[in-house]
Design a protein around this ligand. Structure first.
Ligand code: ATP
Ligand code: MG
Length: 585
């Protein structure tokens, strides 16, 4: 456990920046510059949200800047749809890159020119080994690699071949440009890594201009350098790549070809990637879920993608709070999903207007209530926020309550409705169950007969008699039909990748992660545009969110229309985080 609801962890990256600023490490007056560098080969997930909050949040804290850089070096996997979604997600989280939108592809020409300098300096060669042969000749942690038979090519021959690669004379996979470093280097990343490969593929930005593309490792460090990034914050798996980034930069500097006007180098700091229980964090596997139609799409509310989380009803505020609370760790760890939900509930509890919605309706006829009469009862919109005011809810002779709020034969400690028992209707009257109507054929309960006590408007009996249970309800005549979607974890196991030897991770998919309820009855204010509008003005993204009393927090789904209301349950009311935190103390 790394965080409890009340503590804020220490922040080693901010400590480093504080020290750098104190010592003017990058030169007096140099602005802190960070970047978020996604590869547009899928939708971003909550792990990326952590990285976004860290990079943009750090820039904000130090009055610096954060670049959004698409690491678009692999055109076969990258698509405009992903680029658009990434931008939407970063904005939704509340961050703005201003003028600082960049692409690794902006540097293709510069990287190419530098590659020529590597060849001329005898630091790179064209290799004819296939990708399989290259990886086989890499060696291992315990054994050195094998030098390529093409390593000794002359500068002239390399320049000629590289130029022909560039011109498109060779098929994919037939040649690569490799850095000439050391095939026995203890760090495998420095064993003559590939700098360029041939890909006859159109690029979302450069179109058909290139058929050779730089490898991520050859592009990344120099992109940071070109942009004047001061603190290059990334996840731990890049730690072993840092010496290679530095090697490329050192060589370029020694060629006298450093980017003009930049007196310092990017320095990389690694933090542990975020893992959250029950959530899959691999873009590749998320793509597989979408392709297999195991979910409805990238923005399925069960997905850990930012698009999915947004559609589910999470707020950007709660995600930023979550990112803050978990801080930055140097070692791999897994955060309980309950902490994420706790942050969400804290935010929604403060801001979400309350409403009444009956998910599994049971009709109740209040026999002594005058036929045709309608009353407007006052309901408090949010007991946590007096400024949210009150609203009117209609009440009449027929109402709906939840099926589970009635028991023909009440089990012990059941205080809700049962024959002869009295309960309080939220914001309304006390009612007593006097009878049950059943389907003569099946015996199923069709409706309840009740009486109300007219002296108890507002919920209190003048004689002071005690009524334990308060239940929610919706007036039948004014009720609006809605579909409500309830969600559970998409993966049953804490660790979605935890499967027995030989088994597929997909065997951990929860077959009951979605339950669709139709014929739900919601109070009319939820369909009235005025209420929906006033609710959505509280939310920066315009998605209306509510607390359905006793049922949890819900949001209006993207598919919802005024004719067909659809709600997603964002999260239940019960907070299990406090309990978990106590357990770990
Ligand atoms: P891929 O498998 O496609 O490389 P990726 O998750 O590493 O996937 P990138 O687009 O390369 O995706 O990631 C962009 C940035 O987000 C990187 O700086 C990466 O370190 C960071 N990031 C990715 N996953 C996580 C995570 N789980 N927690 C924190 N940061 C993450
Ligand atoms: Mg990556």
């Amino acid at each position: 456990m790394t965080a409890t609801p009340s503590t804020r962890p220490s922040h080693f990256i901010h400590e480093i920046i504080d020290e750098d600023l104190r010592t003017n490490r990058n030169g007096a007056g140099t602005q802190v510059a960070t970047r978020f560098p996604p590869e547009p080969n899928g939708y971003l997930h909550i792990g990326h949200a952590k990285s976004i909050c860290l990079n943009f949040g750090t820039a904000r804290k130090y009055n610096g800047r954060c670049h959004l850089r698409m690491d678009d070096t692999n055109p076969t996997k990258e698509e405009q749809e992903y680029i658009d979604s990434i931008k939407q997600d970063v904005r939704w989280l509340g961050f703005d890159w201003g003028a600082h939108e960049y692409h690794a592809s902006d540097y293709f020409e510069q990287l190419y020119q530098w590659a020529l300098l590597f060849i001329k300096a005898g630091k790179a060669y064209v290799c004819d080994l296939t990708p399989e042969e290259v990886s086989k000749s890499r060696g291992s942690l315990t054994s050195p690699g094998k030098e390529s038979p093409f390593r000794g090519r002359s500068v002239a021959e390399n320049l000629d071949l590289f130029e022909r690669m560039h011109k498109g004379e060779f098929p994919d996979g037939s040649h690569t440009l490799r850095a000439k470093i050391d095939m026995a280097h203890p760090n495998l990343n420095l064993r003559d890594p590939v700098m360029y490969r041939i890909l006859h593929a159109d690029h979302p930005r450069t179109g058909g201009k290139w058929c050779i593309y730089p490898m991520y490792d050859y592009a990344h460090g120099q992109s940071d350098w070109l942009e004047g990034i001061t603190h290059s914050i990334c996840t731990l798996e890049f730690e072993d790549h840092k010496p290679l980034y530095d090697w490329y930069i050192d060589q370029i500097a020694s060629f006298g070809a450093a980017p003009p006007g930049i007196a310092y180098r990017p320095r990389q700091y690694e933090f542990a990637r975020l893992n959250v229980t029950h959530m899959m964090m691999s873009k590749r596997k998320l793509l597989q879920l979408v392709q297999d139609k195991a979910v409805r799409g990238w923005d399925d509310p069960r997905m850990p993608t930012i698009a999915g989380i947004r559609r589910r009803g999470f707020t950007p505020e709660s995600l930023r709070d979550f990112a803050d609370r978990i801080g930055v760790a140097k070692r791999e760890n897994t955060i309980e999903i309950e902490l994420l939900e706790h942050c969400l509930r804290e935010d929604l509890n403060k801001r979400a207007p309350r409403a009444m919605a009956v998910l599994r309706p049971l009709k109740v006829v209040i026999e002594n209530y005058p036929q045709g009469q309608i009353e407007e009862l006052d309901a408090v919109n949010n007991p946590e926020d007096p400024s949210a005011g009150t609203r009117k809810v209609p009440f009449g002779r027929e109402i709906y309550i939840e099926q589970e709020d009635f028991a023909q034969v009440p089990p012990p400690k059941y205080f809700r409705l049962s024959p002869g028992k009295e309960v309080r209707l939220r914001w309304g009257y006390l009612i007593t169950c006097t009878g049950v109507t059943k389907d003569p054929a099946t015996g199923a309960i069709q409706e309840l007969r009740c009486t109300y006590d007219p002296a108890t408007r507002g919920g209190n009996a003048p004689d002071g008699r005690k009524v334990k249970a308060t239940i929610h309800w919706v007036a039948a005549a004014q009720a609006v039909d809605a579909q409500v979607r309830l969600y559970d974890h998409l993966f049953t196991k804490d660790d979605p990748n935890d499967v027995p030897e030989g088994a597929d991770w997909r065997s951990n998919i929860n077959p009951k992660s979605l339950e669709v309820l139709t014929g739900c009855k919601v109070e009319p204010s939820l369909a009235a545009p005025t209420h929906a509008n006033s609710a959505s003005s509280r939310w920066t993204d315009g998605i209306a969110r509510y607390q359905f009393e006793r049922q949890g927090y819900f949001c209006v789904d993207a598919e919802s229309t005024s004719d067909r209301l659809v709600f997603n349950r964002t999260v239940t009311l019960r907070d299990t985080w406090a309990k978990l935190a106590a357990k770990s103390d």
